[in-house]
Design a protein around this ligand. Structure first.
Ligand SMILES: C[S@@+](CC[C@H](N)C(=O)[O-])C[C@H]1O[C@@H](n2cnc3c(N)ncnc32)[C@H](O)[C@@H]1O
Length: 186
């Protein structure tokens, strides 16, 4: 049994929404665990990270599992649309690379910019899933800004689900799942 309830819950949500014909984007590849998970469910995965270490670790993991339906891209996630426009969903597992440089972390400005770019491109039933870590400084800033931003979304077009651990000490991680329930042009 896994002991990370938040990641386990995020994966359960993804299992519910990803089909074998879908293209999915992993906006924060890290050590590749989420990329591997997605590649085993989706048709194709685009995975982004700004660090060489993340690309190397993910490549190793995917090679060990003989995975070939993934493209690894070294670029920041606010540039996702430079590479792909047609996808079912995008996932963000925010923060810093486990076992890496803790100074290199996602930030509220680039995270928000990426999400603002992606939301209009989602089709009906498309989604963004975000795991936020408010236990460190940048994570807390991201958590506050994301919460403010999601409150401004059109409720007829987007449903915002939040899953958290409200009675746990030390600002535990939480999940936002944004589902587009209606195309914006309708
Ligand atoms: C918590 S880790 C992701 C964990 C990963 N999904 C896994 O399964 O191992 C966060 C990653 O986001 C990356 N990152 C930080 N800023 C980024 C940006 N602007 N664009 C893309 N990746 C970024 C970091 O380099 C780090 O590897």
């Amino acid at each position: 049994m896994k002991n990370n309830l938040i990641i386990e819950t995020a994966h359960n949500l993804l299992d519910q929404y990803i089909c074998s014909t879908d293209t999915i984007v992993d906006a924060t590849m890290g050590n590749g665990h989420d990329t591997l998970f997605l590649s085993q469910r989706a048709k194709f995965v685009y995975a982004f990270d700004i660090q060489d270490q993340a690309i190397a670790e993910t490549k190793k993991l995917l090679d060990n599992h003989s995975i070939h339906n993934v493209k690894l891209i070294k670029d920041s996630h606010e540039h996702i649309l430079n590479y792909i426009h047609d996808f079912k969903g995008v996932i963000f597992n925010l923060g810093y690379l486990p076992n890496g440089d803790k100074q290199i972390t996602t930030t509220k400005d680039t995270t928000l910019k990426a999400i603002e770019n992606i939301l209009p491109k989602l089709k009906k039933d498309g989604f963004i899933l975000i795991v936020v870590y408010p236990g460190h400084k940048q994570g807390m800033e991201e958590s506050i800004e994301l919460s403010k931003y999601f409150q401004t979304l059109n409720q007829n077009i987007f449903k915002v689900l939040r899953t958290d651990l409200p009675f746990q000490d030390n600002q535990p991680p939480l999940i936002y799942f944004i589902l587009k329930v209606k195309d914006e042009s309708h």
